[in-house]
Ligand binder design. Sequence first.
Ligand code: NDP
Length: 249
Amino acid sequence: MTDLHGMIALVTGASSGIGEGTARQLAKAGVTVGLVARRKDRLETLKASIEADGGTARVFVADVTNVAELKDAAQALRDEFGSVDVLFNNAGIMPISDIDEFKTDEWDQMVDINIKGVLNGIAAVLPIMIEQHSGHIFNISSIAGRRVFGQGFSVYSATKFAVSALSEGLRMEVGGKHNIRVTTIDPGQVSTELLEGTSNEELKATIREAGADVKMVQPSELGEAVVFALQAPEHVNLANLFILPTSQA
Ligand code: NDP
């Protein structure tokens, strides 16, 4: 089992949900966490909470659509702690709507954050990991990156298929050549604020109703799976984690 103490991780989308829960689990396992998101107050609160529990965290207010901001965050971690061992490439949005509503601004935002944001995360850490000849990148796709969901999910689903393809291609390119592990995570329903970004109130209500009887995965539980994947021996890569509520079809 790999000991995680002393490892350094950059976590995007750390201000809520899966990113926050995973940052807490990583910190608990001894990993220093760099917390990235746009909402500074939430990141500062998380940092204080992690440090009150004996962990180490740094706050980086950054937008994942801005590659320079992500590179600065990765470099700052490396300058202070000497390495960047983990990228939890997680920031994402899900403003779902029917295609014939033509909410093209929301389509653009999903492409920019869910796809280009993930690419930017990779661009920020990969040169450092290549130089180290080690590292582990987790890209957060979705069950919607394995199955096409219609009913308002078409564009979101398309962005997540892109993340899955990119992540698997990255794994093939950097595993053997650079000794870097890549894990694609496909969560099902996780209890977070993700649906709040949806402006179609009818769709929002339908999805809430459909999930009412589901005991959802908690962000901290997903974080435990991330810790498990990191703890595997260095030559073992858990390439895909498909994490669902037991009752989700
Ligand atoms: P949340 O809404 O709770 O978290 C999303 C996070 O992404 C926030 O921290 C938000 O921070 C950050 N974020 C959004 N846009 C940007 C941006 N431009 N720059 C930097 N950070 C940004 O949702 P989840 O935790 O559920 O979502 C995390 C990931 O998990 C997403 O990629 C989502 O698609 C995926 N997922 C979630 C599932 C679920 O059921 N919850 C299922 C499958 C996949 P801030 O606004 O402060 O910038």
